[in-house]
Design a protein around this ligand. Structure first.
Ligand code: SF4
Length: 165
């Protein structure tokens, strides 16, 4: 079967790959993982004013089994780290992570032993969002960046759990 030169996807299934990526990118269901002040902005992003339904990402889920994107909103304490990892592991593949704010991206102002210095020490991060806190518009921008990334993923070369640390 022929391959397209760039994606190494058999050309007969390339339109199917585009369709799958389009569907995944436009139906992101975020897992609620509000940990600190950034979570207030995340909750605001879900309000009617910002109309997240335009991007298919308005269905915030309380269960990791029903979620495919984790928005880590706030600093991650060492005590919370195993909980966060468990929730991530319970999400079904394919799944993605947005580190929302300086604290979840790098530890931010909490440069001490009690705080994980970046959630990427625990789970693979797809989009880092700077700010303290980032405004809802910035979170929407991060979602759009994630959608662009998903649209270019190689569906048929993907292995379950390949992004797990
Ligand atoms: S980045 Fe700023 S707003 Fe967000 S959790 Fe840290 S201190 Fe709070």
């Amino acid at each position: 079967m022929g391959m397209t030169p760039k994606e190494k996807t058999p050309f007969l299934v390339a339109p199917l790959e585009k369709l799958i990526n389009w569907a995944r990118a436009n139906s992101l269901w975020p897992a609620q993982f509000g940990l600190a002040c950034c979570a207030i902005e995340m909750m605001t992003t879900a309000s009617a004013r910002y109309d997240l339904a335009r991007f298919g990402a308005e269905v915030f889920r309380a269960s990791p089994r029903q979620s495919d994107v984790m928005i880590v909103a706030g600093r991650v304490s060492q005590k919370m780290a195993p909980v966060l990892k468990t929730v991530y592991d319970q999400m079904l593949d394919p799944k993605w992570v947005i580190a929302m704010g300086d604290c979840s991206s790098t530890g931010g102002i909490y440069n001490n032993y009690a705080i994980v210095q970046g959630v990427d020490k625990l789970v693979p991060v797809d989009v880092y969002l700077a700010g303290c806190p980032p405004r809802p518009e910035a979170l929407i921008d991060a979602l759009i960046m994630l959608q662009k990334k998903i649209r270019n993923e190689n569906v048929f070369a993907w292995e379950p759990g390949e992004k797990n640390l």
